[in-house]
Structures are given as C-alpha cells and as structure tokens.
Design a protein around this ligand. Structure first.
Ligand SMILES: NC(=O)c1ccc[n+]([C@@H]2O[C@H](COP(=O)([O-])OP(=O)(O)OC[C@H]3O[C@@H](n4cnc5c(N)ncnc54)[C@H](O)[C@@H]3O)[C@@H](O)[C@H]2O)c1
Length: 664
C-alpha cells in the first residue's frame, strides 16, 4: 500500500501485526501505575472505542498489558510502517492545501530525528505529546486528507472529535490540550486522566504541531546567553574564556552547548541519559563528551587557560559538577539548569547519587522514595549553586521550574522577602525586558516544498527586510535588530535544520508582518513554494506563565491567564490556519496556559489579508498587557504601534508617584 493509501485508509479494518518493542529507540519512561482496577477497565473501554467491536477480544489483553507495563495505552500495533518525516506538501493526499500543510507539520513532530520518544508520540520535554495513541494519529491524518476548506477539525487533547462545517477564513484545525477544570490540574491529575486516555500534556509546540527541532530554541538560548554575557561584562569584554555550567541535552536543553559555542564561551552541560548525550554529540550540537569528573576538571582548566570556545557534555549528574567545581575552586561565570523540572516525578529530574537505570526503576516501582530522592537532590543542587553565587556566579532559572521545585523541596532558594526567589528567571532579567516587552519573539517558518533552496531564498528575503528596517529602527530596539540580523545571516552555516526546512528568527510585530508579506510576494511570483508561519508559544502574547513568560509582570496579574485566552480567540478569527491552547508547557501542568498558531501562506490576496490582520494582533495583544502592567518597554512599543495603525486604541497606564502612598 502506498503512503497516500495508508493515510486514506485510517484505522485499518484488518488488524496489522503487533510490532516488537524496539530497544534502540529512546522510549518514554514507564509511567507510574495510578489507576485502580476499575479505572483500568475504563481506560480499556476508552481505548477500544476507536475500533470495530470484532477486534475488541484481541486488542483488550494487549492494551491491558501496555497499561500495566508502561502506565499508558499507546496502541503500538497501529504505528505506521512508512517513514515518519515532513514530506514535500505535494506528496500528501487531500483536498485542502492548508490541511496538507498541517499533516506535514504533524509528521515532522513525530520524525525520529526530531522527536524525543517517537514511539510514544512524544516530541520533547519528556511528556510533550502530539497524540495520546496511534489510533488518534491515524484517524487525524485521515480527517485531514478528507477535509475541505469548508470544514474545521476539532482536536481534544490528541483526540480528533471530528470535522465540523465552517468557512474558508476559519481555522482548519482548532486544538486544545490538557484543558482541565482548574481544581483538577495537579501533576497526579495528569497521570490519572492521561492514563484514562482523556487528556494529554501538549507542552508548547508538541501538541500544536509547531516544533522545528532544537533550532527553535538555539536562537532563543543564544540570545539569552549573549545578553547574560552582556550583563556580567564588567568593561565591555565578551564571553571568551568564561565558563557556563548547565544541564540537559534533551529536546530543548540540547541547544545550550550550541548556543554557548555561538555566543563564544566554554560550556559544560551535564546529562544523565547516555542516549541523549550520543544523539546531541552525533548531531554536532556538542563538541566533546567526558564521563569522568577528574577528566572534566582538567579539561575545563585547560579550556579556561587557552580561552577556548568549546562545549563539553558531561555524562553524569549535574549536581556532581556543581559540587566538584566548588571543591576544585573552578570559577563559574554563568550558571543555569535545564533538567525537566516541569515534570519532576516522571523522568524530568534524576537525583544525584543514583544511576540513570536505578532512578528509572525507582520511579516506576517506588514513586514515594523517588520523590524523596529528587527533593533531597534538589536541596543539594541549590546549596552547591548558592556556594558558587556567593563567589560571584550569575545564575538564572531557565524556565524549567528549577527554583519552584527546589523551593517546594525546602531548598534555601528564597529571597529575604520570603515571596520571591533568590535568583531571577531568564525572562525577568533578560528576555522579558529586552525582547518580549518590545514584541520580539520566536517567529518561525517552514518551507512546505521541503526544498533547501526555498529556505535559502527565505533567509535572504528576511535578511533584506530586517536590514531595511534597521536603517530607521529606534535606539530602544537597535541591539535586538542587530543580533537578529547576525543570526539570520549565519543561520545556514550553523547547520541548524533537523527535520523540516524550517527557520526561526526573533522579530517584532512589524518585522514579522513585513517578512511574511515579502514571502507571500515571493510565492505569488513563483520563486518559492508555500510557507507555513508560526511561532513558539514561548512568546510575547501566547503564554501566561507566572514563573516564566510573564514573570516580569509586576502588577499582580501574572497569575491570570486572560492574555493567552484572548490571544487564541483573536488569532482564530483573524485568519490563523490552526490555533491551539494548552494547559501545561515548559513549567508544568497547572502552572501555565499557552497558545499558538500556524498560518499557511500561498501567495494569494487572502493570505496577505490574513497575515496582516493576525500577526498584528498576535504580537500587540501581549504588548498591550505588558504595557498595562507598567512595563516601560511595552508602553513605548504599544504607543509606536498606535502611530502605525489608527484603528488601534489601547488603554495606557498612569504612573503613580509612590510618595503619595507613604503613610497610608
Ligand atoms: N531551552 C529553552 O529555551 C527553554 C525555555 C524554557 C524552558 N525550558 C525548559 O527546560 C527544560 C528542559 O527541556 P527539554 O525539552 O530539554 O527536556 P528533556 O526532558 O528533553 O531534557 C532534559 C534532560 O535533562 C536530563 N536530566 C534530568 N535530570 C538530570 C540531572 N540531575 N543531571 C543531568 N541531567 C539530567 C534528562 O535526562 C533529559 O535528557 C524543560 O522544563 C523546559 O520547559 C527550556
């Protein structure tokens, strides 16, 4: 059967053969057994409803075994046998070009070269799911192949509810992931309801089909490391010879060594999972691998002496690195952490003193002990960082809930006021005030033709647009413009493409609209094929997350989620091709609401109308909220936006002279 026929077949009438468990693939950790026997039966009833009754007797014991072994029903048997990757758009069956583009994006999120646990449909972050099981995948692809531009596909946490009549300007797909009644948003609720098969953790760009491999995050991480370097620079010197210590070589964290190399420092990145170390090393994302602490100490001393630009993966626990470097008096200039602490109890954080395998066993067999060991390790971890920062190390939380979980573990991590943390988040100090408040965020695009030449052409178009804009850019955003121009010019040479022909480029509202408009012209002129625009949810407007994206909101509203909800509603009626809204992203289930969009450009006038309307809103919504919170950069940016668009009228805050509040 051809690829197209398999897609159109949907759930097969004749059961495919069971597929053996492939040990060479990086698999999701076994999830803890949380369901009672009655609940397990409910999970089975839920799973079997995808299949004709005649198959139930055969599938029921198989699914039960998956549930008992892995804690979830993935329906491995239905994993397609064709190669999983983003094909050129012309190879997808279908009646709607927009729907075909979405199929391409879904397959990219599940590509073995891209996805963290491809057989469990997890793209990144340990639990960032595209679907809960393979039946959902197969059914969704069939719907997409059948639908027209008069229909909208409705996705409930990976489950395709169905096609509903709509109209050509409506989104082709509306996605929700993990939306819970607020009181049911604790980590164990995810375990229970995900095991039942009724919800999933979509992370940010996993369940929204917008992941573009580690490239997406390299750019943001480079900007963060570069600007952190500017913060610690005493007399304008760069990062040369300075040491950056962090952890994680997973989906996003794997970008750190590459970003460290681009920013020009020495990076030591600890990682406990050998498969992750090998993947990133073989992809060229990290230069060297060391598994012995003595060797690491010697190597780092030499790198410091020679002011080398080098990235080293340490195969081991990051806590050991922090502690040993302190004992050896190795000065760390920059410190962070990117273990997956949004998911501390199910494989996101591995405790010091236990091997990777021991930890995996403990997690499944004795979750209570595992929890205690994680918390013990976090206390040690934070204590070691505190000893380094007392000597001058600049430490930032990398939005992975490190400070939050360390504080919950009772680590000495709170500021003197007992409310805030001792260390800033990278958004509070860097990305918020320098980027988001001005509208700069992780704009991205994918060339749906699959042609590398198209990507080269789009790089050149984007460079030209930004260079023209830089000529008249105000001082407030000049540095950002220059960093982004430098990035796009060297993007190709940094060999960042893994999976689809994609590019990330931080840009503000004006930049995003002008670049998109120029792409649309190039498509109309036949110079390139269709383009899919999108962004990370980790952006100006898409995400309400009090300890990350909105951590530099200080008017009390950072615990509200109106912005993210407005954003997705607003995008959906202004022309997005698909929209998504999720509970839980990088920082954890119940800790964040985040949304995003995808938009297909085909060179038409309709595309031009949609991109202008939607991108303007998509950025300025967040700027207006940041401005109302009295963030100065955002007040500047929204006033500038109002000058360019007379239909925009935003309420501007009046500043209060604090002296009148004294004594009240
Ligand atoms: N890169 C970014 O710009 C960015 C931005 C915001 C948030 N984050 C957050 O960073 C975290 C990491 O994301 P990811 O996609 O890389 O997740 P991931 O799960 O793919 O990778 C985390 C890695 O950390 C390793 N690890 C866990 N405990 C360890 C320990 N004690 N010592 C050494 N290694 C350990 C794991 O084996 C895993 O490979 C997430 O919480 C994510 O939300 C990243």
């Amino acid at each position: 059967m051809t690829f197209q026929e398999q897609i159109l077949q949907g759930i097969p009438d004749v059961l495919p053969q069971p597929q053996p468990y492939d040990p060479t693939i990086n698999h999701a950790p076994k999830r803890k057994q949380i369901l009672s026997i009655e609940e397990k039966k409910l999970a089975l009833r839920n799973a079997l409803r995808y299949f004709d009754k005649k198959h139930h007797a055969e599938l029921a014991p198989e699914f039960m075994e998956e549930l008992n072994t892995y804690g979830r029903i993935y329906m491995y048997r239905f994993r397609p046998t064709y190669r999983m990757y983003a094909r050129p758009i012309s190879e997808y069956p279908g009646k709607s070009e927009q729907a075909k583009a979405i199929m391409l994006m879904i397959q990219n999120n599940l590509d073995y070269a891209v996805a963290q646990h491809p057989h469990e449909l997890i793209t990144y972050g340990g639990n960032g799911a595209v679907f809960q099981n393979w039946a959902q995948y197969v059914l969704t692809m069939k719907y997409l192949a059948e639908m027209t531009d008069e229909q909208t596909l409705v996705m409930y946490s990976g489950h395709p509810m169905g096609l509903f009549p709509s109209h050509p300007d409506a989104p082709r797909v509306v996605v929700t992931n993990g939306m819970m009644i607020p009181n049911y948003s604790k980590p164990d609720d995810w375990e229970r309801f995900n095991a039942l098969g009724v919800t999933q953790y979509g992370q940010m760009t996993a369940g929204s089909y917008m992941y573009i491999g580690p490239q997406g995050i390299v750019h943001g991480t480079t900007i963060t490391v570069l600007n952190a370097g500017r913060k610690i620079s005493k007399s304008g010197e760069d990062l040369s010879g300075k040491l950056f210590v962090t952890s994680g070589l997973g989906g996003m964290s794997g970008a750190q060594p590459k970003a460290g190399d681009i920013a020009g420092c020495i990076t030591v990145c600890a990682e406990v999972n050998l498969k992750a170390v090998e993947t990133r090393h073989s992809q060229g994302w990290v230069d060297e691998v060391i598994a012995n602490l003595d060797e690491l100490v010697t190597r780092v001393r030499k790198a410091k002496e020679n002011k080398e630009v080098v990235s080293i993966a340490f195969h081991g626990n990051v806590v050991d690195v922090w502690e040993r470097f302190y004992d050896e008096n190795i000065y760390i200039d920059l410190g962070s952490d990117q273990t997956s602490l949004h998911n501390p109890w199910a494989g996101g954080y591995y405790p010091a003193g236990w091997s990777f395998e021991e930890s995996q066993r403990m997690m499944a067999e004795n979750p209570t002990q595992f929890r205690e060991k994680v918390q013990e390790s976090l206390r040690r971890h934070a204590a070691a960082i505190n000893r380094h920062t007392a000597k001058g190390t600049y430490f930032v939380d990398y939005g992975n809930a490190f400070l939050l979980e360390a504080s919950r573990a009772g680590a000495d991590i709170m500021a003197e006021d007992g409310i805030n943390f001792r260390y800033p988040s990278y958004v509070q100090d860097i990305l918020g005030p320098m980027c988001f408040d001005y509208g700069f965020g992780p704009f991205r695009w994918v060339c749906a033709s699959g042609k590398p030449e198209d990507l080269d052409t789009t790089d050149a178009i984007a460079t030209q647009v930004l260079e023209e804009m830089a000529l008249t850019a105000p001082d407030e955003i000049r540095q950002q413009m220059e960093d982004n121009i430098r990035w796009i010019k060297s993007a190709k040479q940094n060999k960042l493409v893994v999976g689809s022909q994609a590019r990330i480029l931080y840009a503000d509202a004006e930049g995003r609209m002008k670049i998109a408009d120029a792409f649309n012209d190039a498509i109309a002129a036949g110079k390139i094929g269709p383009i899919v625009l999108g962004r990370d949810h980790h952006d100006v407007s898409g995400t309400d997350s009090p300890y990350r994206e909105t951590s530099n909101i200080y008017d009390g509203s950072r615990f509200t989620a109106d912005m993210a909800i407005h954003n997705v509603i607003g995008d959906s009626f202004r022309g997005a091709t698909w929209v998504s809204i999720h509970n839980g992203g990088g920082v954890g289930w119940g800790e964040v609401i985040n949304g995003g969009f995808g938009m297909v450009l085909d060179g038409s006038d309709a595309s031009r109308r949609r991109l202008k309307s939607m991108l303007f809103w998509d950025v300025n919504n967040g700027i207006s909220r940041r401005s109302w919170a009295r963030n100065e950069g955002a007040v500047f940016a929204i006033k500038r936006a109002m000058e360019t668009q007379p239909l925009l009228k935003v309420t501007i805050p009046n500043y209060v002279d604090d002296s009148i509040l004294e004594g009240l």
